[in-house]
Write a protein that binds this ligand. Structure first.
Ligand code: KIV
Ligand code: ZN
Length: 515
């Protein structure tokens, strides 16, 4: 058995199912390029039958992203599979991923099918996929709660119909590591022909066991692990790519397994996902959290300074966390900015770089020291957050202890400039009321958080908002040294994202999409 574990990234599909995480086409394309640079083996780019937006994003990525296998998800029905093939067929190396639920609870309440019907679906669905594409993956949704005999029958049917990868998902995050490993070992014994295919695992984190279960999977013979950057995904998320990869790398001597991941890209990719989706990484998150390599206790600090291995089992540099403490400032030129961006893992197009450089100079006039975190915020504001419709042009606020807070806001609505004046109980309320007047939005502000991007009194503020409208949820982010401007940018970013969702909202009901 090979010691190479294939990394199947599903940030763009399962990860995008995190509430509020939906990404627009350009963001998906940018992330797919980054995942290729990270060295993942397979990118699951979407579910083409879910919506025209998903279809377009998948086809675009299939045409433009080279290197990894490009995979689309489909249910067993003819239309889903044909649509999936249409979207991915131009990829250098396409894969169709067919799935159907196999547990009795799903059969009875969701599919309303008998076991025989499910086997027939597997035969026809996988068979059709195989007639279109040589590389076919089959997943037994809710595999860990499926009767073992029926699981084996489903896997046999998929292999007979031509599946080349068999994935056993722990869809609801219910499995225990030792139990999951045993189930996989039993399955391989019951279905010896599985040896001719790649066995894969896909673990959700409802009990916080997704990475442990993925480890159990590979120790039991799985050679593909399905993961998401930052562990995002449906409900509690999926197994985190960076944790699985660093676990395999750091304990290579014990496990004897390797991946093809370029580990220095882990941190930059994590930051990109967080900036694009608006989902912040918890500070104590393994590998990529802000505190993952921070040492607080004096005795730890002393030890690390003398010999990093006293308290560090891996180095921050290994995962691409730049330790450069030199800050940039208003005297830094293009060369310094470009070198720093490269060090941080960003390769910008010339036009993007020029836009960023201009914004960098404006910020450097307001703020003496520009840290990496400031640059990331600038990249997010200037390059990643493409305004679909509304863009802030001008903001003026009057507020204080003895005055009613008022705001004058001017916004570009596509190319048209619109201005309004409004008031509120506080300055942010005044700004948001005025933006509401201009945009005519009915979105509800569900959450508002603000934090400082770096230390220091001149730190930029970063605002995150969560907006909801008719069941659609969007996150918005904005940063600026002036927190009221940051608040306005975040609100507009959230409204732009909602607008995108309205245009591209899934044609499938959530129950059909949620896996
Ligand atoms: O969690 C799940 O079962 C899935 C499958 C489609 C692999 O996401
Ligand atoms: Zn899943």
């Amino acid at each position: 058995m090979s010691d190479r574990v294939l990394i199947f990234d599903t940030t763009l599909r399962d990860g995008e199912q995190s509430p509020g995480a939906s990404m627009n086409q350009e963001e998906k394309l940018r992330l797919a390029h980054k995942l290729a640079q990270l060295g993942v083996d397979i990118i699951e780019v979407g579910f083409p039958a879910a919506s025209p937006g998903d279809f377009e994003a998948v086809s675009l990525i299939a045409q433009q992203v080279k290197g990894p296998i490009i995979c689309g998800l489909a249910r067993t029905g003819r239309e889903d599979i044909q649509r999936c093939w249409e979207a991915i067929q131009q990829a250098e190396r396409p894969r169709i991923h067919v799935f159907i639920a196999t547990s009795d609870i799903h059969l009875e309440h969701k599919l309303r099918m008998t076991r025989e019907q499910v086997l027939a679906e597997i035969k026809s669905g996988v068979g059709l996929a195989k007639s279109l594409c040589a590389d076919v993956e089959f997943s037994t949704e809710d595999g860990t709660r499926t009767d073992p005999e029926f699981l084996a029958a489903a896997v046999r049917a998929a292999l007979a119909a031509g599946a080349t990868t068999i994935n056993i998902p722990d869809t609801v995050g219910y499995a225990l590591p030792q139990e999951f490993a045993q189930r996989l070992k039993d399955l391989q014994q019951q279905v010896p022909e599985l040896a001719g295919a790649v066995l894969s695992v896909h673990c959700h984190d409802d009990l916080g066991l997704a990475v442990a279960n993925s480890l159990a999977g590979v120790t039991a013979g799985a050679r593909q692990v399905e993961v998401c950057i930052n562990g995002i995904g449906e409900r509690a998320g999926n197994a985190s790519l960076e944790e699985v990869v660093m676990m395999l790398a750091t304990r290579q001597a014990a496990l004897g397994l390797t991946t093809g991941i370029n580990r220095k890209e882990l941190y930059p990719t994590s930051r990109l996902v967080s900036m694009i989706t608006g989902i912040t990484v918890q500070p104590n998150k393994a590998i990529v959290g802000a505190n993952a390599f921070a040492h607080e206790a004096g005795i730890h600090v002393a030890g690390v300074l003398r010999q990093p291995l006293t308290y560090e089992i891996m180095t921050p540099e290994e995962v691409g966390l730049s330790q450069n403490s030199l800050v940039l400032g208003k005297h830094s030129g293009r060369a310094a900015l470009s070198a720093r961006l490269k060090e941080m893992g960003y390769q910008l197009k010339e036009a993007d770089f020029e836009r960023l450089f201009k914004a960098f100079k404006v910020l450097a006039d307001k703020k003496k020291e520009i840290f990496n975190e400031d640059l990331e915020a600038l990249i997010a504001d200037e390059i990643l957050r493409i305004p679909l419709r509304w863009r802030l042009d001008y903001l003026n606020i009057v507020s204080g202890t003895v005055t009613v807070p008022t705001a004058t806001v001017r916004i570009y609505d596509c190319e048209e400039l619109k201005q309004e004046f409004g008031s509120g109980v506080g300055p942010i309320d005044a700004v948001y009321n005025t933006i509401k007047k201009i945009t005519g939005t009915n979105a509800e502000l569900l959450r508002f958080t603000i934090s400082a991007i770096t230390g220091g009194l001149d730190a930029q503020g970063e605002v995150t908002v969560r907006l909801g409208e008719n069941g659609l949820i969007a996150l918005g982010k904005g940063s600026d040294p002036d927190i009221l401007v940051a608040a306005a940018k975040a609100y507009l970013n959230g409204l732009n994202r909602l607008e995108y969702l309205k245009l591209h909202s899934p044609t499938l009901a959530q129950g059909e999409r949620s896996l």
